[in-house]
Design a protein around this ligand. Structure first.
Ligand code: UPG
Ligand code: MN
Length: 850
């Protein structure tokens, strides 16, 4: 019925019918479709006059009878009822035949065309079938009807059929021998014409005296009759329709998107643009020059072998080898010097069906993004093939789609890594207290706000925007990712036809704007796993922050603010998915197998990351404790892994408990400064120093200071030259005062953090004469020593951190300046762009009033 409506709606265009020919390409070659078309041909004799007399819109009978209110005028009412009855009868007949699955023998007698199916084996193995059902026959009122032709090209299992492009090319050849109209309109079987003036509108562009000769095709947007208010799957692609394509129009023309598009036949056949040649329009109504050939000859044009060793699919017709034959064909037309036009009238010219389940949406996008990526890396890549041939703006326009699939990588990164790092406490973004945070905030806020406002301006709702963002995320992290992987791994390109079958249940849930999962597929599993991962990280982070003391929590939040925002946004965005995972009971919920898989995977990934990652990174928020771990046993990482858990906990306790105990001296040094430290014989003296601040120096030189360590007798023990930080130890061989002298050679005052302490060894413990106590005391002493060690290390690290913080602050001040200058430049550029756009629109409007 859908196909019948499509056919009837285009037959009923408000255009002289003797100049119209309608072709139905039935790629499956089904006699059921043929039967439906014979019925449509009969019904058109009544339907076309009805449309003409009452100027009805839309002219797809299904859509018309669904929305029309019965007329008040007596005569009209009578006709309305008659036509409606005929339509219902036709519908029943077609549905009966469809339900039976075959055309019964007595029905087959109605048309000799059924004889063609005598040799038919399967949708993938059949001869070419061409049947002219109406050859400008007359309708009820004696007016001519358009031509109506049924075509099923030949298909054989061992001949690759090139999907839609192959079907279109066969159609182009066959139609050239039957009607040979100079303009070809191509409409998908799941769309119908919604405005009867469209043909005239489109022709206006081609016939424009000034610009018409440059135009290769007129593309109408893909609009859908079944989008709901808040479009759960972002199906209407509003912004693309209302903004992007208009933008492309200003740069040489929109992409060809496969349906709702008027082409010039010669250009589709490969003709290149030539400024001098103008199209000659025939003024007579007859196509006398159309070669009259037999049906047998046209069948040859639709055979599998016809294209062998020809330019079809390469330089002629639609291009082969790409799942988005439309985009690549449009690109090659643009590269041959032609322009295209985007026409987006207020009343939609064509209405189709958009996907009504998540899986359909994702599969469709996988095909598109994979196709676009193949274009990017193909001979026709807009990036190099297009260079110099088409407007740079148009190149960018094409790239926007060609880069869909690669964009999955950064999206995947931002939807996984920051969340995992939040759980673990590894800051990837600057802290909220640092100026560095501003550029990030600027980007996140301005982009979202811009996107949101743009969406509203295109007629969307706030909820619709949230849905759109969610689908955006899902598309990028599943469809685009799979497309990318398929392309890299070189799996075959399949034109998975979008399913058009409607399950009433599914339809009802779609209308209620509930996301439909239902099936278990790799795409939905990926989506579910990622959203679970975010949930796990977010909950983990929540638990962790509750367990922290107030101070640590504050620091944690401050450092992790961008992570918190990102992860929380993802969790909020995913709410409907969590409902579908755990709460919903209907058939559209996520299947249990997917739930189990995704929960398990998410937990697994986060746990592995949480524990294993610990020892490979020193970026951690608990940087000091982990670095200490690394420091204590840098070589024996396996042992460390074993100790890790226990030690990490112990370290954390120590860290928080001992913060106050760590002492060091911080002083400002001008020229020279000395300290002395009393050490006992045999003790180990540990010391460290860090230059944390250089006053006045705008850029941080790494000159540092000199340090000389001398013993009680004036003997030099160690010396350091031009160091910004270091630590070391020595054993005191003499008892007495050890001197530490710093020299600052730079012209600036420097702040130095200095820490020193000495520890005793057990053999100094004199009263430990009793052999029983000795081991214990030994142990205690060692433990004490270890504790000091830790404190010492900790102090050193803190001083280092301070130094880094000061450097960062200085850097970020500079970065801020840069960011501000850059944003100012960006804003300037945007203003300029808006100005240019306004000018362009004014010019375009002026032009279209011709
Ligand atoms: O082997 C095939 C496969 C498809 N088709 C026809 O191609 C059209 C589009 O297929 P559909 O399953 O509706 O795909 P969509 O995802 O809706 O297609 C969009 O994206 C395609 C690839 O970019 C374009 O070709 C379409 O025109 C565009 O509507 C339909 O009319 C099909 O009958 C064929 O004739 N032969
Ligand atoms: Mn479609």
């Amino acid at each position: 019925m859908m196909v019948v409506s499509t056919v009837l709606s285009v037959m009923a265009y408000d255009y002289p019918p003797e100049k119209l020919a309608v072709y139905l390409s039935d790629d499956g070659g089904s006699e059921l479709t043929f039967y439906a078309l014979t019925q449509a041909a009969m019904f058109s004799k009544k339907w076309l006059p009805y449309c003409r007399n009452y100027k009805v819109e839309p002219r797809s009978p299904i859509a018309y009878f669904r929305s029309a209110t019965p007329p008040s005028n007596m005569k009209h009412e009578q006709d309305y009822n008659d036509v409606k009855k005929l339509f219902e009868e036709m519908k029943n007949r077609i549905e009966n035949v469809t339900n039976n699955g075959r055309v019964s023998d007595d029905l087959r007698l109605e048309h000799k065309g059924y004889g063609e199916w005598d040799s038919y084996t399967s949708p993938r193995d059949h001869a070419a079938i061409v049947q002219i059902l109406l050859d400008h026959n007359e309708d009820e009122e004696g007016h001519s009807l358009p031509k109506l032709v049924y075509l099923a090209r030949e298909k054989r299992p061992h001949h690759f059929h090139n999907f839609k492009a192959g079907a279109m090319n066969a159609l182009i050849r066959v139609s050239s021998k039957i009607s040979n109209g100079p303009i070809i309109l191509n409409v998908d079987c799941d769309m119908y014409s919604n405005t009867s003036d469209t043909v005239r509108d489109a022709l206006c562009f081609f016939m424009d005296e000034e610009k018409g000769h440059e135009i290769a095709f007129v593309q109408y947007p893909q609009c859908f009759e079944n989008v709901t208010k808040n479009e759960v799957y972002g199906g209407s692609m509003r912004v693309l329709r209302e903004v992007d394509f208009h933008g492309l129009d200003g740069n040489g023309g929109p992409l060809y998107v496969g349906t709702g598009c008027f082409h010039r036949r010669d250009i589709l056949l490969g003709k290149s643009f030539d400024e001098k040649s103008r199209f000659e329009w025939k003024t007579d109504n007859e196509h006398d020059d159309t070669p009259r050939i037999t049906i047998e000859e046209t069948k040859n044009l639709a055979s599998c072998t016809f294209e062998i060793d020809t330019e079809w699919g390469k330089e002629m017709g639609l291009k082969y080898g790409c799942p988005v034959e439309d985009v690549i064909t449009g690109l090659s037309i643009h590269c041959r010097g032609w322009k295209s036009v985007f026409h987006n009238p207020k009343r939609e010219a064509f209405l189709g069906m958009s996907a009504i389940t998540l899986d359909q949406t994702l599969v469709q996008h996988k095909r598109w993004s994979e196709g676009d990526l193949l274009i990017l890396i193909s001979k026709y890549s807009p990036a190099w093939y297009g260079l110099g041939k088409i407007n740079p703006g148009l190149i960018m326009g094409y790239l926007m789609y060609c880069l869909w699939s690669p964009s999955s990588v950064p999206t995947l990164y931002y939807s996984i890594v920051p969340s995992l790092c939040l759980l673990k406490g590894v800051p990837l973004f600057p802290s909220v207290t640092s100026g560095w945070c501003l550029p990030f905030a600027y980007i996140i806020i301005s982009i979202s706000a811009f996107d949101y406002l743009e969406f509203l301006r295109c007629g969307g709702t706030t909820r619709g925007w949230c849905n759109d963002r969610r689908i955006w995320l899902y598309r990028r992290t599943s469809s685009y990712l799979f497309a990318l992987l398929d392309t890299i791994l070189g799996s075959d390109l399949s034109f998975v036809i979008s399913s058009k079958v409607m399950d009433n249940d599914v339809q009802a849930r779609y209308e209620k704007e509930m996301m439909e999962f239902g099936v278990s597929s790799p795409l939905t599993t990926t989506v579910a796993t990622l959203s679970m991962l975010n949930l796990v990280c977010f909950l983990g982070f929540g638990m962790k922050s509750v367990l922290m003391d107030a101070k640590t929590r504050r620091v944690y939040y401050e450092t992790m603010v961008v992570h918190v925002v990102l992860c929380a946004a993802l969790v909020v965005l995913n709410l409907p998915l969590y409902l579908a995972l755990f709460v919903r009971k209907d058939k559209g919920k996520i299947p249990n197998s997917v739930t189990v898989k995704s929960v398990f995977l998410a937990l697994f990934i986060s746990i592995v990351f949480y524990f294993v990652g610990n020892f490979t990174t020193d970026l951690s928020f608990f940087r000091s404790s982990i670095t200490i771990l690394n420091f204590q046993s840098p070589l024996c990482s396996i042992q460390m892994r074993k100790l890790s858990m226990a030690t990490a906990v112990a370290m954390m306790v120590l860290l928080t408990a001992n913060i106050g105990l760590v002492v060091g001296i911080r002083f400002v040094i001008d020229r020279e400064e000395c300290f002395s430290h009393k050490a006992e014989y045999g003790s180990t003296v540990r010391f460290s120093f860090v230059v944390i601040k250089v006053e006045g120096a705008w850029h941080y030189n790494e000159d540092g200071v000199d340090l000389v360590v001398k013993g009680p007798k004036g003997e030099q023990i160690q010396d350091f030259r031009d160091k910004t930080s270091d630590k070391s130890d020595f054993v005191a061989h003499n008892e007495g005062l050890y001197k530490f002298c710093f020299t600052n050679k730079s012209p600036y005052h420097e702040t130095i953090d200095f820490d020193v302490h000495s520890s005793h060894f057990y053999n100094d413990v004199e009263h430990a004469k009793d052999d029983h106590f000795k081991p214990i005391l030994e142990q205690i002493s060692k433990l004490e020593d270890a504790l000091y060690n830790i404190q010492f290390e900790q102090h050193w690290l803190e001083a280092e951190t301070d130094r880094q913080a000061l450097i960062n602050e200085g850097m970020s001040r500079r970065a801020m300046h840069k960011a501000l200058v850059e944003s100012a430049a960006l804003i300037g550029a945007s203003v300029l762009q808006v100005y240019l756009l306004i000018r362009l629109f004014e010019r375009k409007l002026g032009m279209s009033r011709v």
